[in-house]
Design a protein around this ligand. Structure first.
Ligand code: SAH
Length: 361
């Protein structure tokens, strides 16, 4: 099993692939061909690597696998959003979401199967942590979604944003995450620019500090959900380990490392009657201002997640909340939910095979 994970082609850097190929006694250009086949032409089988001799394909297939994720189901929302539910070779669920947008499409990928954090408003928490995903499994999600959306190997017409906002806590799988992003960055491969990648964390402070020291890195988003430790302890238990003061000073540190035109983002899920009062908005603005943060805030109305005891704040409540933030100098935006009907929206990824509405009827 481990063997299979280690030798997933999609998870090898160009250098690692060179080593594998030269061990087989093959010339270096073969490694370049294979890398291009997997990442630029996005093929998912040896049969499709027709530029390689048959014997080489046979030898390779004894040592490495091209694709490990198996599609279990695919759902298409009325708004065009697509949710893919895969199984890993060891039968763990992995979910990926493709979100078509007017200006640029977005792929939301998962970093873990399940999630160890116990945010009370998120369905993924109910799975618990099944395991970390490998770099290869992260890269494969993007390859698969691109192929499904645009056709095998077809260049995305408008470039694509990648967001690490699917299942799992990316910063608890930091190395594989960063390796996956490094692989996807290769100009001879997927050629994703780091600038188009955003990774969201529930607040793993040491990794935020580490990210601040890495020059070529993804954008950062931090999920807040509450403006006080008292409330955040309750909604996001990770707050007990890294409370707001520590979290926000790490964010301040991170902001200092940004270029003048860059911003980090905070996400704030809006839960009716829980964290959406005027007072919460004032507390949130004061908190960010006190830490001298110029980050913007994305307000996310709660997505239905039966059996969780929450409801989304009304559109008026969200708007008033946003206005209070703006009045206090905090830029805030309301995020439009996508793919709710197929359980593809934020906090709904729980490896469900059938959407709840259908299951109940
Ligand atoms: N673990 C990381 C990555 C997941 S990102 C993190 O917490 O940042 C998923 C985003 O959706 C987070 O901002 C989370 O707070 C938000 N979210 C979770 N459940 C939600 C729900 N039911 N409705 C709306 N947003 C939700």
């Amino acid at each position: 099993m481990e063997m299979e994970v280690r030798s997933n082609l999609a998870g090898l850097t160009a250098e690692e692939l060179h080593r594998v190929v030269s061990k087989l006694g093959e010339p270096a250009y073969r490694a370049r061909q294979i890398f291009a086949a997997v990442h630029a032409r996005r093929v998912r089988s040896f049969e499709e690597m027709t530029d390689l001799p048959k014997e080489l394909r046979a030898t390779l297939s004894e040592q490495v696998v091209v694709a490990t994720l198996k599609l279990e189901s695919r759902y298409v929302s009325i708004d065009g959003t697509r949710r893919y539910l895969f199984k890993t070779h060891d039968n763990r669920p992995v979910e990926t979401v493709f979100i078509p947008q007017e200006r640029r499409d977005t792929i939301c990928f998962s970093s873990q199967s399940g999630c160890p954090l116990q945010c009370t408003f998120c369905l993924t928490a109910q799975l618990g942590l099944l395991r970390n995903l490998t770099a290869g499994e992260i890269v494969e999600q993007i390859i698969f979604a691109l192929n499904d959306a645009y056709g095998v190997g077809v260049k995305p017409p408008r470039g694509t944003n990648l967001v690490g906002m699917g299942a799992g806590e990316p910063f608890l799988n930091f190395e594989e995450l960063m390796k996956g992003i490094r692989i996807m960055k290769e100009p001879r491969g997927l050629h994703v620019v780091p600038n188009r990648v955003t990774v969201s964390t529930a607040g793993i402070v040491p990794r935020i500090r580490e990210l601040a020291t890495i020059p070529d890195r993804p954008h950062l988003a931090v999920s807040l959900a509450a403006p006080t430790d008292e409330l955040r302890d309750e909604l996001m238990p990770i707050n007990k380990k890294w409370p707001l003061e520590e979290l926000l000073s790490a964010c301040r540190e991170f902001e200092k490392s940004l270029k003048p035109n860059e911003r980090m983002t905070f996400e704030y899920v809006m839960l009716a009657g829980v964290n959406d009062a005027d007072e919460h908005a004032r507390q949130l603005a004061n908190l960010l201002n006190r830490h001298d943060l110029s980050a913007k805030v994305n307000l996310i109305p709660h997505n239905q997640a039966e059996p969780l005891p929450y409801h989304p704040s009304s559109a008026e409540r969200v708007e008033t909340f946003r206005e209070i933030l703006e009045t206090k100098g905090v830029h805030a935006f309301v995020r439009k939910p996508r793919g709710r009907d197929i359980l593809a929206a934020c906090g709904q990824l729980a490896a469900q095979v059938t959407p709840i509405e259908v299951a109940l009827s």
